[in-house]
Design a protein around this ligand. Structure first.
Ligand code: NAD
Length: 256
């Protein structure tokens, strides 16, 4: 399906990014994996994935909170047929106590980095005559929750940026869409559980059921494989006329 394509997936040594990278590799795409670390295990992950799926996989370190590193990631990739803007962080606090440096980091990583990578990827896609951009937004790109001001602002911004990118490429063989996951049990979500337990004065199971999955009518976490399958679909020929929109994979969250 995607043989001969090169996909750059940001924030892909863990969680949803890794799940998406694996499904793209399964569909035959070569890969550039990324995170802000440069550990042996990051490069081992690339080697193992290359062996498992019989595709080329490179790991490129880039801290996406920095404009030049975000741009440098796509420049170093050398080509970019598929761009998945996935890297993201979270912080939960009421607005008056929300640390400014957390606000700035969330906006930089979750929103601004997608602008920088897209700015470098688009000329490459135009040269190749084909491209797919998949932005990983969130149910919080369409709805809000208290205490997640920076995250909700960044994800709504990412959905808006997705639409503009789609309009600027509408007559070309390039599409840009956003996937809006509900809760997926990844390290990012694991890290929120202790905070939520404290905020709501509940135990782990209770916080999962009553707080986290409260708004997910399926009462199940979505999986990283489901995010990967959706990304592969958006990269397929069947999705050629799908652009500038969002696909919710949220167990019914945004239907409520
Ligand atoms: P995760 O913490 O498992 O993965 C985040 C990835 O981003 C990691 O690979 C991490 O190394 C990378 N990253 C963080 N800061 C970075 C930086 N400065 N530079 C480069 N890479 C950086 O989290 P996840 O749950 O897999 O989240 C992935 C994306 O999905 C995020 O954008 C998140 O907002 C979004 N999302 C997650 C959920 C969920 O329930 N897990 C729901 C909706 C949206």
């Amino acid at each position: 399906l995607l043989k001969g394509r090169l996909a750059v997936v940001t924030g892909s040594n863990s969680g949803i990014g890794l799940g998406i990278a694996r499904e793209l590799a399964r569909a035959g795409s070569d890969l550039v994996l990324n995170s802000f670390t440069d550990r042996d295990e990051d490069h081992a992950l690339a080697r193992d994935m290359a062996k498992e799926f019989g595709v080329e996989v490179r790991y490129i370190k880039a801290d996406l909170s920095k404009a030049e590193e975000a741009r440098g990631l796509v420049e170093k990739a050398g080509r970019c047929d598929i761009l998945v803007n996935n890297a993201g962080i979270q912080h939960v606090a009421p607005i008056p106590e929300f640390p400014t440096e957390k606000w700035d980091a969330i906006i930089a990583i979750n929103l601004t980095s997608a602008f920088h990578t897209t700015a470098i990827a688009l000329p490459m896609m135009r040269k190749a005559g084909w491209g797919r951009i998949v932005n990983i937004a969130s149910a919080h790109g369409l709805t809000a929750s208290p205490f997640k001001s920076a995250y909700v602002a960044a994800k709504h911004g990412l959905v808006g940026f997705t639409k503009v990118t789609a309009l600027e490429t509408a007559t070309e063989e390039i599409t840009c869409n956003a996937i809006c996951p509900g809760y997926v049990l990844t390290p990012l979500v694991e890290a929120q559980i202790p905070d939520q337990m404290k905020t709501h004065n509940m135990g782990r199971e209770e916080v999962i059921e009553k707080v986290m999955l409260d708004r997910q009518p399926s009462k199940k976490f979505a999986t990283v494989e489901e995010m990967g399958g959706t990304a592969v679909f958006l990269c397929s020929d069947a999705a050629a006329q799908i652009t500038g929109t969002t696909i919710s994979v949220d167990g019914g969250w945004t239907a409520l």
